[in-house]
Write a protein that binds this ligand. Sequence first.
Ligand code: FNR
Length: 323
Amino acid sequence: MSALTMRRNNVFEHAIRHSRLPLCISDPSLPDMPIVFANEAFCNLTGYSVDDILGRNCRFLQGPETTPESVQEIRDALASHEVTMVELVNYRKNGEKFINALQLGPVFDDDGKLIYFFGSQLDVTEARERERREAALRTSELVHRLRNIVNVMHVVIKISGRSETDIKAYGEKIANRLVALGQAHLDTLTDEQPKFLKIRDLAHALLLAYAPLGEQQFKFKGPDLELPHDTVTTLTLLLHELATNAVKHGSLGAVGGVVELEWAETDDEHLHLKWRERFGPTVVKPTRKSGLGIVETLITTSSGKLSFDWDPEGLVVDLMLPK
Ligand code: FNR
């Protein structure tokens, strides 16, 4: 062996021996494919000394929670001579369990003959645990939001029924309210990360669906506020009811009629929202307000305040909602 080759071999051996990456090498020509080399990082990860390890098949790291499927994956990987990653449960010398993201691959000599298998072990226990906690958190957030929506649907159905005697109109009213709710929630529910809706985006999406003459019929003024999901539900229904009312009796049903929507965050973290209709027909205070009654109930149960000014020039609605 030349001096250069010897130096190169030394470099490789030193690098592998002291690498932070756990690593072991097994010899497939020996019975039961024993480990013939394991570096310091492998010993640190598993808690075994080199003497404990050499000469044994690496399956000694497996235990009660190691699944037969993961072991079969390893057998298949070794048989196929493909570089493969298998995640499986292993145990340290002290019995502590860890999740091992094991990379396996064959090593061939210059003539293409299989001489070794290398294995590199990565402890991914913490990462998997974090993912599990995040998934559990997302699920409970989803359940909370679903419960919230179901509660709202309950109120919608109950109160709509009180004021509507015609079954067809009753069904239509409920359907419209549920569609509005769905619009506001479904996009965000399917997102992996809970998304916060901006008040401007919500108002724009909802009002555009109602204003017969399009965007020219509403004017927005307010900062870029993000809405927590509980608030989205209430606000969606409020805007839906106000817009429905405005199309039927107010400014959105009139040529030249507009809705001005202004919002701000107060010092005590309330959302203050003002709805003002202009250039519509003369406003007459209605004798019943079934849809708005639903929203009023929702707002008062969430410690908010809603007031109506049936100004003949145009309805003015003032909302205060805790954020
Ligand atoms: C392995 N094997 C292995 N298994 C394990 O649970 N943890 C590990 O870190 C490793 N590392 C490892 C490295 C190398 C180089 C080889 C060749 C293999 C797999 C183990 O030794 C054995 O191949 C499998 O358990 C499947 O074979 P059996 O048990 O069905 O004979």
